[in-house]
Ligand binder design. Structure first.
Ligand SMILES: NC(=O)C1=CN([C@@H]2O[C@H](COP(=O)(O)OP(=O)(O)OC[C@H]3O[C@@H](n4cnc5c(N)ncnc54)[C@H](OP(=O)(O)O)[C@@H]3O)[C@@H](O)[C@H]2O)C=CC1
Ligand SMILES: O=C1OC[C@@H](O)[C@H](O)[C@H]1O
Length: 395
Protein backbone atom coordinates (compact mmCIF):
# COMPACT_ATOMS: atom_id res chain seq x y z
CA UNK A 1 0.00 0.00 0.00
CA UNK A 2 2.80 2.42 0.98
CA UNK A 3 4.66 1.87 -2.24
CA UNK A 4 1.58 2.31 -4.40
CA UNK A 5 0.69 5.59 -2.74
CA UNK A 6 4.25 6.82 -3.07
CA UNK A 7 4.53 5.92 -6.73
CA UNK A 8 1.18 7.50 -7.53
CA UNK A 9 1.98 10.75 -5.70
CA UNK A 10 1.98 13.79 -8.00
CA UNK A 11 5.37 15.29 -8.88
CA UNK A 12 5.81 18.46 -6.84
CA UNK A 13 6.69 21.93 -8.12
CA UNK A 14 10.03 23.06 -6.66
CA UNK A 15 10.70 25.75 -4.04
CA UNK A 16 12.86 28.67 -5.20
CA UNK A 17 15.60 27.56 -2.77
CA UNK A 18 15.29 23.83 -3.53
CA UNK A 19 18.47 21.87 -2.72
CA UNK A 20 20.18 20.91 -5.99
CA UNK A 21 21.60 17.40 -6.05
CA UNK A 22 24.48 16.02 -8.05
CA UNK A 23 24.64 12.24 -8.42
CA UNK A 24 27.93 10.33 -8.76
CA UNK A 25 27.23 7.29 -10.94
CA UNK A 26 24.18 5.95 -12.75
CA UNK A 27 23.75 3.31 -10.07
CA UNK A 28 20.80 0.94 -9.76
CA UNK A 29 19.86 2.33 -6.34
CA UNK A 30 19.84 6.00 -7.46
CA UNK A 31 16.22 6.12 -8.75
CA UNK A 32 14.82 4.49 -5.60
CA UNK A 33 16.93 6.43 -3.09
CA UNK A 34 17.43 9.78 -4.81
CA UNK A 35 15.66 10.83 -8.01
CA UNK A 36 12.38 9.09 -7.11
CA UNK A 37 11.93 10.74 -3.70
CA UNK A 38 13.12 14.11 -5.05
CA UNK A 39 10.30 14.09 -7.62
CA UNK A 40 7.83 14.20 -4.79
CA UNK A 41 9.56 16.77 -2.58
CA UNK A 42 9.41 20.50 -3.26
CA UNK A 43 12.60 21.15 -1.26
CA UNK A 44 15.03 19.28 -3.54
CA UNK A 45 15.77 18.60 -7.18
CA UNK A 46 18.07 16.27 -9.13
CA UNK A 47 20.28 18.78 -10.94
CA UNK A 48 23.15 16.78 -12.50
CA UNK A 49 24.64 13.33 -12.93
CA UNK A 50 27.96 11.92 -14.13
CA UNK A 51 28.85 8.34 -15.00
CA UNK A 52 32.11 6.81 -16.12
CA UNK A 53 30.44 6.43 -19.51
CA UNK A 54 28.70 9.59 -20.73
CA UNK A 55 26.14 7.65 -22.78
CA UNK A 56 25.03 5.83 -19.65
CA UNK A 57 24.72 9.11 -17.75
CA UNK A 58 22.73 10.66 -20.61
CA UNK A 59 20.32 7.72 -20.71
CA UNK A 60 19.87 7.92 -16.93
CA UNK A 61 19.35 11.70 -17.07
CA UNK A 62 16.73 11.36 -19.80
CA UNK A 63 14.84 8.62 -17.99
CA UNK A 64 14.80 10.47 -14.67
CA UNK A 65 14.45 14.07 -15.84
CA UNK A 66 17.89 15.35 -14.79
CA UNK A 67 18.82 18.53 -16.74
CA UNK A 68 22.64 18.31 -16.62
CA UNK A 69 25.11 15.58 -17.55
CA UNK A 70 28.82 15.80 -16.75
CA UNK A 71 31.70 13.68 -18.00
CA UNK A 72 33.32 13.08 -14.63
CA UNK A 73 32.39 12.87 -10.97
CA UNK A 74 34.90 15.68 -10.36
CA UNK A 75 32.93 17.96 -12.67
CA UNK A 76 29.80 17.40 -10.56
CA UNK A 77 31.68 18.43 -7.43
CA UNK A 78 33.05 21.50 -9.19
CA UNK A 79 29.61 22.82 -10.21
CA UNK A 80 28.84 25.81 -7.94
CA UNK A 81 25.10 25.36 -8.58
CA UNK A 82 25.11 22.02 -6.79
CA UNK A 83 24.36 22.01 -3.05
CA UNK A 84 24.38 18.31 -2.21
CA UNK A 85 25.88 15.09 -3.50
CA UNK A 86 24.30 11.63 -3.51
CA UNK A 87 26.97 8.90 -3.49
CA UNK A 88 25.71 5.53 -4.76
CA UNK A 89 29.17 4.22 -5.67
CA UNK A 90 30.58 0.82 -4.65
CA UNK A 91 31.36 0.69 -0.91
CA UNK A 92 35.11 0.94 -1.49
CA UNK A 93 34.70 4.36 -3.11
CA UNK A 94 32.36 5.95 -0.53
CA UNK A 95 34.99 7.50 1.73
CA UNK A 96 37.12 8.86 -1.10
CA UNK A 97 34.20 10.65 -2.77
CA UNK A 98 32.57 11.71 0.49
CA UNK A 99 35.77 13.48 1.49
CA UNK A 100 36.14 15.09 -1.95
CA UNK A 101 32.51 16.27 -1.80
CA UNK A 102 32.95 17.72 1.69
CA UNK A 103 36.11 19.55 0.64
CA UNK A 104 34.14 20.95 -2.31
CA UNK A 105 31.63 22.35 0.19
CA UNK A 106 28.74 19.98 -0.62
CA UNK A 107 26.27 18.32 1.72
CA UNK A 108 26.47 14.53 1.36
CA UNK A 109 23.99 11.69 1.42
CA UNK A 110 26.22 8.61 1.14
CA UNK A 111 25.00 5.08 0.50
CA UNK A 112 25.58 2.47 3.17
CA UNK A 113 27.98 1.29 4.45
CA UNK A 114 29.71 4.60 4.98
CA UNK A 115 33.19 3.31 4.05
CA UNK A 116 35.34 0.19 3.69
CA UNK A 117 36.44 0.26 7.34
CA UNK A 118 36.40 2.36 10.53
CA UNK A 119 39.67 4.17 9.76
CA UNK A 120 38.17 5.56 6.54
CA UNK A 121 34.98 6.53 8.35
CA UNK A 122 37.07 8.55 10.81
CA UNK A 123 38.75 10.30 7.88
CA UNK A 124 35.30 11.41 6.68
CA UNK A 125 34.61 12.82 10.14
CA UNK A 126 37.94 14.70 10.16
CA UNK A 127 37.12 16.27 6.78
CA UNK A 128 33.61 17.17 7.95
CA UNK A 129 34.80 18.64 11.26
CA UNK A 130 37.52 20.64 9.50
CA UNK A 131 35.06 22.08 6.97
CA UNK A 132 32.35 22.83 9.51
CA UNK A 133 34.66 24.49 12.00
CA UNK A 134 35.91 26.84 9.31
CA UNK A 135 32.35 27.51 8.02
CA UNK A 136 30.28 27.88 11.22
CA UNK A 137 27.59 29.90 9.42
CA UNK A 138 27.09 27.28 6.70
CA UNK A 139 27.85 23.83 8.15
CA UNK A 140 27.50 20.79 5.93
CA UNK A 141 25.11 17.92 6.61
CA UNK A 142 26.49 14.43 6.15
CA UNK A 143 24.41 11.29 6.48
CA UNK A 144 24.83 7.60 5.77
CA UNK A 145 21.81 6.23 3.92
CA UNK A 146 20.38 3.77 6.45
CA UNK A 147 16.91 4.69 5.25
CA UNK A 148 15.05 2.13 7.42
CA UNK A 149 15.50 4.34 10.50
CA UNK A 150 13.59 7.23 8.89
CA UNK A 151 10.31 5.29 8.46
CA UNK A 152 7.46 5.67 10.99
CA UNK A 153 7.85 1.96 11.82
CA UNK A 154 11.30 2.63 13.31
CA UNK A 155 9.77 5.43 15.42
CA UNK A 156 7.13 3.01 16.63
CA UNK A 157 9.72 0.39 17.60
CA UNK A 158 11.69 3.10 19.39
CA UNK A 159 8.60 4.18 21.33
CA UNK A 160 8.01 0.58 22.41
CA UNK A 161 11.64 0.34 23.57
CA UNK A 162 11.29 3.58 25.51
CA UNK A 163 8.17 2.22 27.20
CA UNK A 164 5.93 4.85 25.60
CA UNK A 165 3.37 2.58 23.89
CA UNK A 166 0.76 1.23 26.24
CA UNK A 167 0.72 -2.54 26.33
CA UNK A 168 3.88 -2.82 24.21
CA UNK A 169 6.52 -2.31 26.90
CA UNK A 170 9.53 -4.47 26.05
CA UNK A 171 11.31 -3.60 29.30
CA UNK A 172 15.08 -3.91 29.57
CA UNK A 173 16.54 -5.41 26.40
CA UNK A 174 18.04 -8.86 26.97
CA UNK A 175 18.63 -10.18 23.46
CA UNK A 176 18.40 -8.83 19.90
CA UNK A 177 18.34 -10.83 16.70
CA UNK A 178 18.74 -8.92 13.45
CA UNK A 179 18.53 -10.82 10.23
CA UNK A 180 18.79 -9.92 6.55
CA UNK A 181 19.32 -12.75 4.13
CA UNK A 182 18.84 -12.42 0.41
CA UNK A 183 17.18 -15.41 -1.23
CA UNK A 184 19.06 -17.64 -3.63
CA UNK A 185 17.05 -16.13 -6.53
CA UNK A 186 19.00 -12.88 -5.95
CA UNK A 187 21.90 -14.56 -7.78
CA UNK A 188 20.04 -13.43 -10.91
CA UNK A 189 20.00 -9.82 -9.70
CA UNK A 190 23.56 -9.85 -8.37
CA UNK A 191 25.76 -11.98 -10.67
CA UNK A 192 29.35 -12.87 -9.75
CA UNK A 193 30.57 -9.69 -11.45
CA UNK A 194 28.50 -7.56 -9.05
CA UNK A 195 30.22 -5.07 -6.72
CA UNK A 196 29.02 -7.18 -3.77
CA UNK A 197 31.48 -9.96 -4.73
CA UNK A 198 34.44 -7.63 -5.28
CA UNK A 199 36.91 -7.42 -2.38
CA UNK A 200 38.74 -4.34 -3.73
CA UNK A 201 35.40 -2.51 -3.89
CA UNK A 202 34.69 -3.58 -0.28
CA UNK A 203 32.19 -6.32 -1.00
CA UNK A 204 30.97 -9.11 1.25
CA UNK A 205 27.63 -9.88 2.86
CA UNK A 206 28.33 -8.02 6.12
CA UNK A 207 29.28 -4.92 4.15
CA UNK A 208 26.30 -5.07 1.82
CA UNK A 209 23.82 -6.01 4.51
CA UNK A 210 25.28 -3.92 7.32
CA UNK A 211 21.69 -3.10 8.24
CA UNK A 212 21.97 -5.98 10.70
CA UNK A 213 24.73 -4.11 12.56
CA UNK A 214 22.86 -0.82 12.33
CA UNK A 215 19.65 -2.37 13.73
CA UNK A 216 21.38 -4.27 16.51
CA UNK A 217 23.39 -1.22 17.66
CA UNK A 218 20.35 1.03 17.38
CA UNK A 219 18.21 -1.18 19.64
CA UNK A 220 20.92 -1.24 22.28
CA UNK A 221 21.46 2.47 21.98
CA UNK A 222 17.76 3.20 22.47
CA UNK A 223 17.78 0.79 25.42
CA UNK A 224 20.78 2.60 26.91
CA UNK A 225 19.00 5.93 26.43
CA UNK A 226 15.95 4.55 28.21
CA UNK A 227 18.10 3.49 31.14
CA UNK A 228 19.82 6.88 31.22
CA UNK A 229 16.45 8.65 31.10
CA UNK A 230 15.20 6.52 33.95
CA UNK A 231 18.28 7.36 36.00
CA UNK A 232 20.62 10.34 35.83
CA UNK A 233 19.38 11.90 32.59
CA UNK A 234 15.77 12.28 33.72
CA UNK A 235 14.16 15.31 32.12
CA UNK A 236 16.93 15.91 29.56
CA UNK A 237 16.19 16.22 25.85
CA UNK A 238 16.89 12.89 24.10
CA UNK A 239 19.03 14.73 21.58
CA UNK A 240 21.57 15.65 24.23
CA UNK A 241 22.12 12.07 25.37
CA UNK A 242 24.97 10.51 23.44
CA UNK A 243 25.82 6.92 24.13
CA UNK A 244 29.18 5.46 23.22
CA UNK A 245 29.93 1.92 24.19
CA UNK A 246 32.13 -1.02 23.39
CA UNK A 247 30.48 -4.32 22.55
CA UNK A 248 32.23 -7.67 22.86
CA UNK A 249 32.24 -10.09 19.98
CA UNK A 250 31.54 -13.55 21.33
CA UNK A 251 31.74 -15.43 18.02
CA UNK A 252 31.70 -14.81 14.29
CA UNK A 253 31.27 -17.51 11.65
CA UNK A 254 31.54 -16.26 8.10
CA UNK A 255 31.37 -18.91 5.37
CA UNK A 256 33.07 -17.52 2.29
CA UNK A 257 32.55 -17.49 -1.46
CA UNK A 258 34.26 -20.40 -3.17
CA UNK A 259 35.88 -18.05 -5.72
CA UNK A 260 37.35 -15.55 -3.24
CA UNK A 261 37.81 -16.44 0.42
CA UNK A 262 37.88 -12.75 1.37
CA UNK A 263 34.18 -12.44 0.45
CA UNK A 264 31.75 -13.58 3.15
CA UNK A 265 28.44 -14.84 1.80
CA UNK A 266 26.54 -16.00 4.90
CA UNK A 267 27.62 -14.23 8.09
CA UNK A 268 26.55 -15.01 11.64
CA UNK A 269 27.90 -13.43 14.81
CA UNK A 270 27.02 -13.08 18.47
CA UNK A 271 27.86 -10.04 20.55
CA UNK A 272 27.41 -8.82 24.08
CA UNK A 273 26.65 -5.17 24.79
CA UNK A 274 27.86 -3.49 28.02
CA UNK A 275 24.29 -3.59 29.34
CA UNK A 276 24.61 -7.39 29.40
CA UNK A 277 22.25 -7.83 26.46
CA UNK A 278 23.30 -10.38 23.86
CA UNK A 279 22.80 -9.97 20.13
CA UNK A 280 22.90 -12.22 17.10
CA UNK A 281 23.32 -10.85 13.63
CA UNK A 282 22.82 -12.91 10.51
CA UNK A 283 23.10 -11.77 6.93
CA UNK A 284 23.75 -13.47 3.65
CA UNK A 285 24.16 -12.78 -0.03
CA UNK A 286 23.75 -16.46 -0.59
CA UNK A 287 22.37 -17.87 2.60
CA UNK A 288 22.30 -21.55 3.19
CA UNK A 289 18.73 -22.79 2.88
CA UNK A 290 17.11 -19.37 2.29
CA UNK A 291 15.25 -19.21 -1.00
CA UNK A 292 12.95 -16.21 -0.90
CA UNK A 293 14.86 -14.07 1.57
CA UNK A 294 14.38 -13.13 5.19
CA UNK A 295 14.44 -9.79 6.97
CA UNK A 296 13.58 -9.58 10.63
CA UNK A 297 14.28 -7.98 13.99
CA UNK A 298 13.45 -9.73 17.24
CA UNK A 299 13.91 -7.91 20.53
CA UNK A 300 13.53 -9.91 23.73
CA UNK A 301 13.12 -7.77 26.82
CA UNK A 302 12.35 -8.26 30.50
CA UNK A 303 8.63 -7.60 29.86
CA UNK A 304 8.10 -9.17 26.46
CA UNK A 305 9.33 -9.87 22.95
CA UNK A 306 8.83 -7.54 19.99
CA UNK A 307 9.15 -9.20 16.58
CA UNK A 308 9.24 -7.31 13.30
CA UNK A 309 9.17 -8.90 9.88
CA UNK A 310 10.81 -6.67 7.25
CA UNK A 311 12.03 -3.63 9.22
CA UNK A 312 14.30 -2.71 6.28
CA UNK A 313 11.72 -2.15 3.53
CA UNK A 314 8.53 -1.90 5.63
CA UNK A 315 6.66 0.15 3.05
CA UNK A 316 6.41 -2.98 0.89
CA UNK A 317 4.97 -5.18 3.61
CA UNK A 318 5.68 -5.83 7.27
CA UNK A 319 4.30 -7.31 10.47
CA UNK A 320 4.89 -6.27 14.09
CA UNK A 321 3.94 -8.51 17.01
CA UNK A 322 4.43 -8.36 20.76
CA UNK A 323 4.21 -11.16 23.24
CA UNK A 324 4.27 -10.04 26.86
CA UNK A 325 5.82 -12.16 29.59
CA UNK A 326 2.24 -12.37 30.89
CA UNK A 327 1.30 -14.24 27.68
CA UNK A 328 -0.62 -11.31 26.14
CA UNK A 329 -0.23 -11.18 22.33
CA UNK A 330 -0.61 -8.09 20.18
CA UNK A 331 0.00 -7.25 16.54
CA UNK A 332 -0.05 -4.12 14.41
CA UNK A 333 1.34 -2.44 11.29
CA UNK A 334 2.78 1.07 10.86
CA UNK A 335 2.53 2.18 7.24
CA UNK A 336 1.56 5.81 7.74
CA UNK A 337 3.16 8.92 9.22
CA UNK A 338 1.59 11.60 11.47
CA UNK A 339 -0.07 13.15 8.42
CA UNK A 340 -1.65 9.82 7.52
CA UNK A 341 0.57 9.41 4.45
CA UNK A 342 2.37 6.21 3.49
CA UNK A 343 5.72 6.76 1.81
CA UNK A 344 8.86 4.75 1.19
CA UNK A 345 11.77 4.64 3.66
CA UNK A 346 13.80 6.44 0.97
CA UNK A 347 11.23 9.25 0.77
CA UNK A 348 11.36 9.82 4.53
CA UNK A 349 15.14 9.75 4.44
CA UNK A 350 15.34 12.32 1.63
CA UNK A 351 12.75 14.53 3.34
CA UNK A 352 14.75 14.43 6.58
CA UNK A 353 17.96 15.18 4.70
CA UNK A 354 16.45 18.19 2.91
CA UNK A 355 15.00 19.47 6.19
CA UNK A 356 18.43 19.17 7.82
CA UNK A 357 20.15 21.04 4.99
CA UNK A 358 17.50 23.79 4.93
CA UNK A 359 17.56 24.28 8.69
CA UNK A 360 21.41 24.01 8.78
CA UNK A 361 21.01 21.50 11.60
CA UNK A 362 20.54 17.77 11.40
CA UNK A 363 18.37 16.51 14.22
CA UNK A 364 19.79 13.02 13.89
CA UNK A 365 17.75 11.51 16.65
CA UNK A 366 14.27 12.60 15.68
CA UNK A 367 14.79 12.42 11.91
CA UNK A 368 16.28 8.92 11.90
CA UNK A 369 19.23 10.12 9.80
CA UNK A 370 22.52 8.36 10.51
CA UNK A 371 25.25 10.73 11.65
CA UNK A 372 28.98 10.34 11.04
CA UNK A 373 29.67 9.21 14.62
CA UNK A 374 27.08 6.46 14.25
CA UNK A 375 28.64 5.49 10.93
CA UNK A 376 32.05 5.16 12.58
CA UNK A 377 30.62 2.98 15.33
CA UNK A 378 28.88 0.74 12.77
CA UNK A 379 32.17 0.31 10.94
CA UNK A 380 34.03 -0.45 14.18
CA UNK A 381 31.66 -3.38 14.70
CA UNK A 382 32.04 -4.49 11.06
CA UNK A 383 35.86 -4.41 11.40
CA UNK A 384 35.77 -6.27 14.71
CA UNK A 385 33.54 -8.96 13.22
CA UNK A 386 35.82 -9.50 10.23
CA UNK A 387 38.83 -9.68 12.55
CA UNK A 388 37.07 -12.14 14.83
CA UNK A 389 36.16 -14.31 11.84
CA UNK A 390 39.83 -14.29 10.78
CA UNK A 391 39.10 -12.30 7.63
CA UNK A 392 40.87 -9.22 6.25
CA UNK A 393 39.39 -5.75 6.72
CA UNK A 394 38.03 -4.26 3.50
CA UNK A 395 40.67 -2.04 1.82
N1 LIG B 1 19.88 1.90 0.30
C1 LIG B 1 19.59 0.77 -0.33
O1 LIG B 1 18.51 0.21 -0.20
C2 LIG B 1 20.60 0.20 -1.24
C3 LIG B 1 21.89 0.66 -1.17
N2 LIG B 1 22.82 0.18 -2.00
C4 LIG B 1 24.17 0.70 -1.90
O2 LIG B 1 24.38 1.57 -3.00
C5 LIG B 1 25.67 1.39 -3.55
C6 LIG B 1 25.55 1.02 -5.01
O3 LIG B 1 24.84 -0.19 -5.14
P1 LIG B 1 24.09 -0.56 -6.51
O4 LIG B 1 23.27 0.59 -6.96
O5 LIG B 1 23.41 -1.83 -6.30
O6 LIG B 1 25.34 -0.76 -7.46
P2 LIG B 1 25.57 -0.46 -9.00
O7 LIG B 1 26.64 -1.39 -9.43
O8 LIG B 1 24.29 -0.44 -9.74
O9 LIG B 1 26.12 1.02 -8.97
C7 LIG B 1 27.40 1.37 -8.60
C8 LIG B 1 27.83 2.57 -9.42
O10 LIG B 1 29.18 2.83 -9.07
C9 LIG B 1 29.87 3.34 -10.20
N3 LIG B 1 31.25 2.88 -10.20
C10 LIG B 1 32.31 3.70 -10.14
N4 LIG B 1 33.44 3.00 -10.14
C11 LIG B 1 33.09 1.71 -10.22
C12 LIG B 1 33.82 0.50 -10.27
N5 LIG B 1 35.16 0.50 -10.23
N6 LIG B 1 33.15 -0.64 -10.39
C13 LIG B 1 31.81 -0.64 -10.41
N7 LIG B 1 31.06 0.46 -10.35
C14 LIG B 1 31.69 1.63 -10.26
C15 LIG B 1 29.09 2.92 -11.41
O11 LIG B 1 28.81 4.18 -11.91
P3 LIG B 1 28.88 4.63 -13.42
O12 LIG B 1 27.47 4.76 -13.70
O13 LIG B 1 29.66 5.86 -13.33
O14 LIG B 1 29.54 3.55 -14.23
C16 LIG B 1 27.78 2.30 -10.92
O15 LIG B 1 26.67 2.94 -11.47
C17 LIG B 1 26.35 0.35 -2.66
O16 LIG B 1 27.11 1.02 -1.69
C18 LIG B 1 25.22 -0.38 -1.98
O17 LIG B 1 25.56 -0.87 -0.70
C19 LIG B 1 22.47 -0.71 -2.96
C20 LIG B 1 21.21 -1.20 -3.07
C21 LIG B 1 20.17 -0.82 -2.16
O1 LIG C 1 18.48 -2.96 0.68
C1 LIG C 1 19.30 -3.71 0.21
O2 LIG C 1 18.95 -4.92 -0.28
C2 LIG C 1 19.76 -5.62 -1.17
C3 LIG C 1 21.20 -5.33 -0.94
O3 LIG C 1 22.04 -6.06 -1.76
C4 LIG C 1 21.41 -3.88 -0.96
O4 LIG C 1 22.71 -3.45 -1.12
C5 LIG C 1 20.74 -3.39 0.24
O5 LIG C 1 21.02 -2.05 0.53
Amino acid sequence: MGLVQSVLATAKPKDANAIRFGILGAANIAPMACTGPLKHLSGGVAHAIAARDRTKAQAFAKRHGIPNVFDTYEAVLADPDIDAIFIPLPNGLHAEWAIKAIKAGKHVLCEKPISSNAAQAKEIKSALDAYNSSHPQAPLVFSEAFHWKCHPLAKYIESCLLGNVEGWDVGTVEDVKSNLCLGSWMGVVFPESDIRYNFQLAGGSLMDLAYVVSMSRWVNEVDAVRQLMENEAKGKELETVHVEYQQRILAATFPVWEKDDRIDVDSTATLRYPSGSTATIHCGLNTDGVRLGDASLRIKGSRGTLSVFNPVLPFLYHTVTFEGTDGKQLSTTVYTDKEGKAQTTYFYQMKAFLDAVQSKKANFHSSGLTCIEDGIMNMKVVDALYENAGMPLRP
